[in-house]
Design a protein around this ligand. Structure first.
Ligand SMILES: Cc1ncc(COP(=O)(O)O)c(C=O)c1O
Length: 394
């Protein structure tokens, strides 16, 4: 392999994760191109972020139009894209109010703060939030503390206190964990970083009931599952529940940094100064999110996501039975495959060398989170590459 000209620049970045030694220079739709001219079929898409693929025309247009109009008047003023985005999100969910931020972690931090504020005002200072083993809610100190990843446990002590972790999909354990200080239950409808583990309908509906019984707030973290990813606009809508809060990130901006906290107005209780941020609700990012939502809300878009999901999952199931793998799981275009005896990170590297970008959230799991516009040609190409790798690895 030729050495990339970026090799000398790499030491100027703080190392935070292992990265292959090339830089991506161009992306179009489902394809990425690196600085060596190699082409990759991308089923990672910025970690389930590029809802419409790389550099779609509608995002280019929204950025150019908004950049020429108004980039950032500051968070203490209304702007039109911000108002339009809040209105669209509320009209297409059961929530009433939105707060915009820049990352999923920041939106979750806002949800945790609002729950604590509500506990202070209306529940005798209750502050504890129940979260779940193997969950992932972000990398700020509070959201790492909320996260149920065991690898986070020894890090950055002392953590933010007040999070009680219980096994996922275990209603009895959740009920047992509730005490007089509990204010909220927070979960991902599908645990993404844990390896694509869906909450069962009984579990999530049971949590809603527990919240009614014990006067708790139900928070759904839809940073990974929101904005069409699971085949409905929001995953909670498939469970027939009405949570008090929802957080969005990733796919909302189709590749640009924007996230949202959506709430039921009955629990809205921030006082001025409690919550904010310099870039929050800036028109440039909100205009992009409006453009993404306009596409996702077009008639037929989400139906097509369900068809594509079926095509990809049945292709993966066939591949799994041919190679003795198991357990294709997930919803919509957030799918995973158990790799059995094969080490998933090694498969990811082999796939990358063969021009296919995949992700392994666990040592035995491959995750598929393509753009929602994925077509049959890309599915065939990806399955073909994976099949060749698995044959070689057999
Ligand atoms: C469910 C969930 N919540 C929160 C986050 C954190 O989002 P961000 O990386 O934008 O802070 C992620 C990121 O993977 C996520 O999957």
């Amino acid at each position: 392999m030729t050495t990339s000209p970026i090799t000398q620049q790499i030491p100027h970045l703080i190392p935070i994760t292992p990265r292959p030694e090339f830089a991506f220079v161009r992306g179009q739709g489902h394809e990425l191109f690196d600085d060596q001219g190699r082409r990759y079929l991308d089923l990672i898409q910025g970690w389930a972020v590029n809802t419409l693929g790389h550099s779609p025309a509608v995002i280019q247009q929204a950025l150019a139009d908004q950049a020429g109009q108004l980039i950032n008047p500051g968070p203490a003023f209304y702007n039109q894209p911000m108002l339009e985005l809040a209105t669209t999100l509320c009209q297409h969910s059961h929530f009433d109010q939105a707060f915009f931020a820049n990352s999923g972690a920041e939106a979750n931090e806002g949800a945790i703060k609002l729950a604590r504020k509500w506990g202070q005002k209306y529940k005798q200072g209750a502050f504890k939030v129940i979260t779940f083993n193997d969950s992932f809610h972000g990398r700020t100190l509070a959201t790492m503390s909320a996260t149920g990843k065991s690898a986070f446990e020894p890090l950055f002590e002392p953590k933010v206190s007040g999070f009680t972790k219980v096994p996922f999909n275990d209603l009895a354990a959740t009920e047992q964990a509730i005490d007089s200080h509990t204010v909220a239950i927070m979960l991902e409808p599908i645990q993404g970083e844990a390896g694509v583990i869906p909450a069962s309908t009984e579990f999530i509906q049971g949590l809603e009931q527990l919240c009614h019984q014990h006067n708790l707030l139900l928070i759904v973290d839809e940073v990974q599952t929101g904005v069409g990813r699971t085949g409905s606009l929001f995953a909670y809508q498939q469970y027939g529940i009405s949570p008090h809060m929802m957080t969005l990130g990733k796919g909302l901006g189709g590749g640009v940094p924007i996230s949202a906290l959506l709430i039921d107005k009955a629990i809205s209780c921030f006082d001025y100064g409690d919550q904010g941020g310099t870039f929050n609700g800036n028109p440039l990012m909100c205009a992009v999110a409006n453009a993404v939502l306009a596409e996702v809300l077009k008639p037929g878009f989400l139906t097509q996501v369900k068809h594509t999901s079926h095509a990809l999952s049945s292709g993966l199931s066939k591949l799994a039975s041919r190679h003795g793998l198991s357990n294709v799981r997930g919803k919509g275009l957030l799918l995973a495959l158990n790799t059995g005896n094969h080490k998933a990170p090694a498969l990811v590297e082999q796939a990358r060398d063969a021009g296919l970008l995949l992700n392994a959230p666990r040592p035995d799991t491959l995750r598929f989170m393509p753009a929602l516009t994925l077509g049959q040609d890309e599915i065939d190409e990806a399955l073909n590459i994976l099949n060749n790798i698995l044959e070689g690895a057999a």
